[in-house]
Design a protein around this ligand. Structure first.
Ligand code: FES
Length: 63
């Protein structure tokens, strides 16, 4: 599923970025090689990152 329609970033890419250590939206975009455009997707990406941290509590807060 595409989460960011401006930059065509999928939920898989966001989860992969989280698994690789991304904890902020900007890190997700950097790992995907671009930057946010309209920002509509940012709340969803934040939720996905928070969920990834909740699933892997030992990584929470690791900036
Ligand atoms: S939908 Fe992600 S920047 Fe526009």
């Amino acid at each position: 599923m595409i989460v960011c329609s401006c930059r065509v970033i999928s939920d898989r890419e966001i989860r992969a970025a989280a698994a690789a250590g991304a904890r902020r939206c900007g890190e997700v975009f950097r790992r995907c090689g671009n930057a946010p455009q309209c920002g509509t997707c940012l709340p969803t990406i934040r939720e996905m990152l928070a969920s990834a941290c909740a699933d892997r509590p030992m990584l929470a807060g690791a900036d």
